[in-house]
Design a protein around this ligand. Structure first.
Ligand code: BTN
Length: 255
């Protein structure tokens, strides 16, 4: 994978694209260089310290697409609660366009196909003195390899399509859709969240809402205007659960 090959597949996107052979985590690299311009994109062939939500590892061997983009949005953090949901929609559109695979979303940030995890999203906000400095959006997708550590609950684009994935085309599609997302982040939120809700396999399911040691059973009702999950607990009480605060698991298995 090279910058040139990605640029050759990308039109009308002014973002700066860099490809590294190896990094600890593309999100961590952009955190360390967060003064770089809005739209700095970093891809890597493999990560030695790929990170997921809630401090989990994200296995990142050669053969996947690992991409992060640095943004400096002109909005306060509370106006960007829906960002991860919009990134999921952008990633879903890109995978359909580049590979013809219909992806579903497991609230909040997992890309899923055939009931297995195809990839994930890690959004991190950097603030200073209560003000938002930057946002780092990271996406990891299993393309041509399936990490040994996650074989039971994960899948890859190659396993789904039966053919080798052109990672540069997928990377270019991801960048193009993230660029569009950035343009409409504050103006087209409702339409994107509707698409998210339609693609979200969590909605309509019985779920366990995990908050620390506490576990409550609920029915997932839908997605609210900030990307939160609307639930009705078995006690009858309704609530919106937000990412970072809780993790939501299906009743049986991964989804
Ligand atoms: C998750 O599954 O919880 C999120 C996984 C996000 C992985 C991507 S790969 C590119 C970027 N760099 C990281 O260390 N994480 C994200």
């Amino acid at each position: 994978m090279t910058e040139e090959k990605i640029l050759a597949r990308l039109q009308n996107c002014p973002w700066q694209i860099h490809v590294a052979a190896e990094t600890d985590s593309t999100n961590s690299v952009l955190k360390r260089t967060s003064g770089a311009p809005h739209g700095t994109v970093l891809l890597t062939q493999r990560q030695t310290g790929g990170r997921g939500r809630l401090g989990r590892q994200f296995a990142s061997p050669e053969g996947g697409v690992y991409l992060s983009v640095l943004l400096h949005p002109k909005a306060p953090p509370e106006a960007l609660l829906h960002l991860t949901a919009m990134v999921a929609v952008a990633a879903r559109r890109a995978i359909m366009e580049a590979c013809g695979v219909e992806v579903q979303i497991k609230w909040t940030n997992d890309l899923v196909c055939d009931g297995k995890k195809l990839g994930g999203i890690l959004t991190e906000m950097l603030t200073a003195e209560g003000r938002l400095q930057s946002v780092i959006v990271g996406i990891g997708i299993n393309c041509n390899t399936l990490p040994r550590e996650v074989q039971d609950m994960a899948t890859s684009l190659r396993a789904l399509t039966g053919t080798e994935v052109d990672r540069e085309s997928l990377a270019a599609a991801l960048i193009a859709h993230l660029y569009t997302m950035d343009q409409v982040l504050l103006t087209e939120k409702a339409a994107w969240l509707l698409e998210y809700e339609t693609a979200c396999i969590t909605v309509g399911k019985r779920v366990q809402v995990l908050r620390g040691e506490e576990r409550r059973l609920a029915l997932a009702l839908g997605i609210d205007e900030n990307g939160g999950l609307r639930v009705r607990y078995d006690s009858g009480e309704t609530a919106v659960v937000t990412t970072g605060e809780v993790s939501v698991r299906g009743m049986y298995g991964y989804v």
